[in-house]
Design a protein around this ligand. Structure first.
Ligand SMILES: [Zn+2]
Length: 350
């Protein structure tokens, strides 16, 4: 039984689902609609722009794909349709999964796509008129698909470290608390421009402290674009998982601490290959050619596998499992770590 334990909703909108929503919402932007031919673009045409052509250390190549897909967030109904498709597709290719949502960026995008400036929307209206319906749409999509697919599926709430407005995040936090029982935990995601690409802003740490009594299971993206010290810093918050975290391999002390504290790394091989090719090459060189996942297993660090953002990365969970197999990963140990992590997150033994 293999679970996808690092997967983002915003990176899980397939070209097929996006083409369908564009048609249904009559979304005639140049990306979705070919005015010269007077017709909507096919999923095959959309796929080229939605998927990275190859590895790049420049994260904006990846974000461009995400921004294109987000053009379809034109209404709560459109978001719900996309979410249903994303849950269905994840259920079809896994034995169970966690999907994480970046509620702030989804909400902001919805507001912008409706022709408004999100900063002009007061925090309370931002959270009640927009963020709450978006969250409810995603959760009801999960429930609908779960009734049909009957596979384990949970939703994690992601908070971006770009943290653009404290009052808006605070108001959104109230909504998150009211839906805490329907969520599995919290995630911190996103990178910012150098020098510190994976910071933990003080106001974000304070918000986490307010939310964690209700949502104790924390994961943080770290040790991907920034080095092992970003993981060391985050460990002070006692997360249960680190998104990526592969650059922990730069420091024996960090590896030891992860192993000792039982913190799980969520490793996404294709994501690393595409987004951090230079860092990956250095890690490989320092570990006798071993890829991060087998090297981390060798260091006794608990690891699970994720597809991260299947659409921009042109991958799927079965493909990631195949990659793991080809890298010499101990699959029975990987499976045991996935079940261990699921138990930790949900209290359920699979
Ligand atoms: Zn991620």
């Amino acid at each position: 039984m293999f679970l996808d334990l690092h997967r983002h909703l915003e990176g899980s909108h397939s070209p097929r689902a996006l083409a369908r929503v564009a048609r249904e919402a009559d979304l005639r932007t140049p990306f979705f609609f070919d005015a010269a031919r007077g017709q909507f673009r096919s999923p095959e045409e959309l796929a080229t722009a939605l998927t990275m052509a190859g590895p790049s250390d420049d994260a904006s190549v990846f974000y461009r794909c995400i921004v294109l897909a987000r053009q379809a967030y034109v209404s709560v109904e459109a978001i719900r349709t996309l979410a249903v498709a994303a849950f269905e597709e994840a259920a079809a290719e896994t034995d169970g999964f966690e999907l994480r949502i970046s509620l702030f960026s989804m909400t902001r995008t919805l507001i912008e796509n409706q022709g408004l400036e999100w900063r002009d929307v007061p925090p309370r209206a931002f959270s009640e008129r927009y963020a709450r319906p978006v969250l409810q749409a995603v959760l009801s999509a999960r429930d609908e698909v779960h009734r049909r697919a009957a596979k384990p599926m949970v939703v994690r709430l992601g908070l971006s470290r770009t943290f653009e407005s404290v009052p808006h995040y605070e108001a959104m936090g109230d909504v998150v608390l009211e839906h805490a029982r329907e969520l599995v935990g919290l995630d911190v995601l996103g990178i910012v421009p150098p020098p510190d690409t994976e910071p933990m802003p003080g106001a974000l740490v304070a918000l986490l402290a307010r939310l964690r009594p209700s949502l104790p299971d924390l994961t943080v993206h770290a040790g991907e674009f920034a080095g092992h010290s970003s993981v060391d810093r985050v460990l002070e918050l006692e997360p249960r998982g680190i998104g990526h975290g592969v650059r922990s391999l730069e420091s024996p002390a960090t590896l030891e601490r992860l192993a000792r504290d039982g913190v799980t790394l969520e490793v996404c091989p294709t994501s690393n290959r595409l987004l951090i090719p230079s860092a990956l090459a250095s890690l490989r060189a320092a570990h006798a050619g071993l890829e991060p996942l087998p090297a981390l297993q060798r260091a006794h660090v608990h690891c699970v596998l994720g597809s991260d953002d299947p659409t921009p990365m042109g991958t799927s969970f079965p493909q990631e499992l195949e990659v793991a197999r080809s890298l010499g990963v101990d699959l029975s140990r990987l499976e045991a770590d996935m079940k261990r992590r699921w138990r930790e997150m949900t209290g359920v033994t699979l």
